[in-house]
Design a protein around this ligand. Structure first.
Ligand code: OAD
Ligand code: ZN
Length: 408
């Protein structure tokens, strides 16, 4: 399951930025005008209420339910070496998970709301379901750290492969092959053993500029993504909304934890900010309309006069929304995404400590109390050469250390 926890911050240590470690204080901070650069980090937990299972939840997670695919170990379904030999399990899964059937959750809409308010510096997501885009977060605000189903290519000659062709194959439960070299075609999801996209490396120091970090629905057990919350400056508030405590969140002086469902957590924050109605309105604009359109199209029935009128209204609303978003983006550009550059990140600070930079002594940190899984590996990941930065499953690494099978 999730990354083990470091000790929570000593209650007697006062927060540095917030008035107290509560949602109310976070909302006051957001509304104070001091916040304009929020970095959001997400994982599969934000999509479970859309009906997409996460990976590691004990009974409902994907990895607990892959027996039917006859894998040597669960993560093999996303292992590039295994895929080369046995692409069928991945394609069986792709058939179930392929985007288009799922509605964004209220959490996705919350991220969109942050964007609409000009507060979103960047969204780092590990998810491959494209629901952030469907909720209206623009491409240039998203770093899909583990790729997505948005593009596909040949794993041998890297030639792009047409979307409609892969859709046809996935629907028909067939394995697509490159028309040129006959290599396997794979959606550009980052598998274990593959390099993360350039966008991850280009943006991974961006969290140092953030004035708020929100971590949502992730076990933070896959590196190098798991190192991102450690890049946030020490006095910068971090909010974790997750069913369990993960990744050392809660050990910072300005960490706020909501150990609960993401959707209810973002609603609490939105309510405290006075944004709840806006959030619900935004969310109500997501998929049902699209689903109804698909159903209508596939039923072949002509549209009624009212439906045609509604379509026209929707189209106009979308055009107005797009225009507003354009002007917001312009405003953001003018405001600039400048960094203060004065404080160092938690990991930068830790790397200067002799114990945590020493990979041979990773179980202790200079200031004590930090669990060996999170911070030291943060340091390792931060310092590792780029070509070694492909996803590494922390839990699996531990199994490997005690003699398990690992293809990394
Ligand atoms: P995990 O399944 O590892 O973690 C999901 C986290 O979300 C867990 O801590 C759950 O307790 C929590 N959770 C689930 N549903 C929730 C809900 N409704 N509200 C709040 N919390 C909830 O998923 P990720 O952290 O995203 O990599 O996994 C990271 C990577 O591991 C994935 O991107 C994938 C996988 O192997 C690749 O495919 C390369
Ligand atoms: Zn090819």
């Amino acid at each position: 399951m999730g990354n083990e926890e470091s000790s929570p911050v000593d209650e007697s240590r006062p927060p540095q930025t917030l008035s107290e470690r509560t949602v109310k204080a976070l909302a006051d901070y957001i509304l104070s005008g001091k916040v304009s650069k929020i970095v959001v980090m997400t994982g599969a937990g934000i999509s479970t209420s859309a009906g997409i299972p996460d990976f590691r939840s004990p009974e409902t997670g994907l990895y607990a339910n892959l027996a039917r695919l006859n894998l040597p170990y669960a993560e093999a379904v996303f292992d590039i070496a295994y895929f080369r030999e046995n692409p069928e399990p991945f394609y069986a899964l792709a058939h179930e998970l392929y985007p288009g059937k799922f509605r964004p959750t209220v959490t996705h809409s919350f991220i969109r709301l942050l964007y609409d308010k000009g507060l979103l510096l960047k969204l780092f997501t590990q998810n491959i379901d494209c629901l952030e885009r469907e909720a209206g977060v623009p491409d240039d605000k998203i770093v899909e750290a583990h790729g997505s189903f948005a593009r596909q290519s040949c794993i041998d000659c890297t030639r792009p492969y047409p979307r409609e062709d892969i859709e046809r194959h996935i629907n028909a439960k067939e394995i697509p092959r490159c028309p040129v070299c006959k290599g396997l075609v794979k959606p550009e999801i980052v598998f274990f053993g593959e390099q993360l996209p350039a966008a991850f490396f280009e943006n991974r120091t961006l969290p140092m500029q953030a004035d708020l970090c929100i971590v949502l629905g992730t076990s933070l057990s896959v590196q190098p993504f798991a190192s991102l919350p450690g890049m946030i400056r020490e006095s910068t508030p971090r909010l974790l909304i997750n069913k369990e405590r993960v990744g050392g969140l809660g050990s910072g002086t300005d960490d706020v934890l909501l150990l609960e469902d993401c959707d209810s957590g973002v609603r609490k924050l939105a309510k405290a900010c006075g944004w709840l109605e806006e959030l619900e309105a935004l969310w109500s604009k997501t998929a049902p309309k699209a689903a109804a359109e698909v159903a209508k199209a596939s039923s072949g029935l002509p549209k009624t006069k009212d439906e045609a009128l509604n379509d026209e209204i929707d189209k106009l609303t979308r055009e107005v929304d797009d225009a507003l978003n354009l002007s917001k983006r312009h405003e953001e550009k003018v405001r600039g995404e400048k960094t203060s550059g004065t404080s160092s990140s938690r990991s930068a600070r830790k790397t200067s400590s002799p114990t945590s930079t020493d990979p041979g002594n990773l179980h202790e940190s200079a200031d004590g109390n930090l669990n060996h899984i999170f911070m030291p590996r943060t340091v390792t990941a931060t310092l590792a050469p780029a070509d070694s930065l492909h996803p590494v499953d922390e839990a699996k690494k531990d199994i490997t250390a005690s003699g398990g099978d690992d293809k990394q």
